[in-house]
Design a protein around this ligand. Sequence first.
Ligand SMILES: Nc1ncnc2c1ncn2[C@@H]1O[C@H](COP(=O)(O)OP(=O)(O)O)[C@@H](O)[C@H]1O
Ligand SMILES: O=C(O)C1=C[C@@H](OP(=O)(O)O)[C@@H](O)[C@H](O)C1
Ligand SMILES: [Mg+2]
Length: 186
Amino acid sequence: MNRSSNFKNIVLIGMSGSGKSAVGKYIAEKLNLEFIDTDEMIVDKTGQSINNIFKLYGEKYFRALEQDIIEKTIKKEGAVISTGGGVVLNKRNIEILKKKGMIFLLQASIDSIVANIESSPANKEERPLLKDAINLRKRIEEIYKKRRHLYISNSDIVVNVDHKTMEAIGDEIIYIFKQHTSCSKN
Ligand SMILES: Nc1ncnc2c1ncn2[C@@H]1O[C@H](COP(=O)(O)OP(=O)(O)O)[C@@H](O)[C@H]1O
Ligand SMILES: O=C(O)C1=C[C@@H](OP(=O)(O)O)[C@@H](O)[C@H](O)C1
Ligand SMILES: [Mg+2]
């Protein structure tokens, strides 16, 4: 079966700071769909901040929680799912997200990511993999280098987000999603 005939959810992947959470929320509100931010769900479930989870239990534990949350989306239909930047590190996550989701990669230049992260101090402080970086740009480049191939190979659609407003990015995704889902009904 063609995957596009089974696109029920919009899934956003991409580097930390590329806009997945903000754009996902916008899309869900505009389409009146359920919004799932996997990081927010982890915080709700544990009662701990992402920072604290990393500090107290380590990244491996966080990744297990992340997979747990992704597993819970397996039957979802009509949801917008904003993932954490590291979701692509685990094959099982992608396998689940792909079952019903159209995967959009928010492709941002390093400049855009740095600008987004630096737009408020909290943005950096709340991201354990970035918060201690002396050179933020370099840290982002290092992470991107390791993940680039995973982002590209696991996406259905690449959306360039540079110099676009969140609304413009969201509207572009909605347009593409609607085109694919309406085609598949025929
Ligand atoms: N296209 C954009 N234009 C301006 N600011 C943006 C844009 N996309 C995201 N931001 C801002 O950048 C920061 C990081 O965005 P966020 O949605 O948390 O990214 P992610 O979930 O991918 O890590 C937030 O403060 C958000 O408001
Ligand atoms: O890139 C990553 O590995 C991470 C990204 C974060 O989400 P955002 O992409 O929303 O920042 C969050 O899941 C965690 O801090 C790990
Ligand atoms: Mg996010």
